[in-house]
Design a protein around this ligand. Structure first.
Ligand SMILES: Nc1ncnc2c1ncn2[C@@H]1O[C@H](COP(=O)(O)OP(=O)(O)OP(=O)(O)O)[C@@H](O)[C@H]1O
Length: 263
């Protein structure tokens, strides 16, 4: 299948790093179109840097980043992003927060005013998909953390991105809410041809959601192990209690422990 994200031998050093050390070095990663990839690794290994490189928020000092056949030289508009902190604007309703990317990204920007009703209908549909039917009129501060995170997924998806980047999106949530949101993401991915890259510290999350898991070394980060996950889809939360699942999580834990020791 076609490579959708291709990071080739990339090194990145942040301009203001005191010791001049690279955040990532010889980083190679290829994610196939429509694939659900998860990135795991020790703290500070460069997972967020990888996300920034893939979306054109940072550029490598060496190597190339190609997304959808084009070298990344500017912020990638076909990407949608959700982070650990939902960062909703408190003075805008949930609906208006979700519409926000459309005020920035063409061709939606020029169409938004004339086709507002269509876009609002799209928001309502997404809200229903994530379990927030009819909640669009509320302000973010009237929503729980889990509800805000659901809304931020809608915001990441409103412009129908071909690439969905999730950087620790459920890190701040309790276990039950987190698992509910895994199912939301699973269903969103199943319902659309979107390619997903998920950065997570949670090895169970990676094992439940991903088609392939990439383990990073300690800083400077690079991929040290890659694991296909072949649990059949659709996956139910019950699989997380099977011996095969536990074995996979242990295997991943081993890679991370080794990466941490090598630091
Ligand atoms: N803007 C920046 N300026 C200088 N150094 C940075 C900057 N952003 C990140 N770094 C450094 O680059 C390295 C990689 O950071 P990054 O945030 O990509 O790691 P991470 O794996 O996402 O971390 P965590 O697991 O703790 O979220 C870290 O050592 C960090 O201190």
């Amino acid at each position: 299948m076609k490579k959708f994200v291709d990071i080739h031998d990339v090194t990145h050093v942040y301009a203001r790093t005191e010791d001049g050390a690279a955040a990532v070095e010889h980083l190679n990663l290829a994610v196939r179109e429509g694939e659900f990839a998860a990135i795991v690794g020790p703290s500070g290994c460069g997972k967020s840097t990888l996300m920034k490189l893939a979306t054109g928020l940072q550029f490598p000092i060496k190597g190339t980043v190609i997304v959808d056949g084009k070298q990344v030289t500017a912020p990638v508009k076909l990407a949608g992003m959700a982070f650990q902190n939902p960062t909703m604007l408190p003075w805008r309703t949930t609906l208006d927060n979700i519409l926000l990317p459309l005020e920035i990204v063409e061709p939606h920007r020029s169409k938004l005013r004339r086709h507002k009703a269509e876009y609002v209908a799209k928001v309502e549909k997404l809200l229903a998909q994530v379990g927030l039917k009819g909640q669009g009129h509320k302000f973010p501060w009237q929503l729980s953390g889990g509800m805000q995170q659901r809304a931020s997924l809608c915001r990441a998806l409103i412009h129908e991105p071909k690439l969905l980047m999730l950087d620790e999106p459920f890190g701040a949530l309790d276990t039950f809410t987190r698992e509910e949101l895994w199912c939301v993401i699973r269903d969103l991915h199943a319902a659309s041809p979107v390619t997903v890259i998920l950065v997570t510290h949670d090895l169970r999350e990676a094992a439940f959601l991903a088609d392939r898991i990439f383990c990073m070394s300690a800083r400077p980060g690079r991929i040290v192990a890659e694991r296909e996950v072949d649990f059949p889809r659709p996956r139910d939360l019950e699989i997380t209690y099977t011996p095969e699942f536990t074995t996979l999580v242990h295997e991943l834990r081993g890679h991370i422990a080794q990466a941490r020791m090598a630091a």
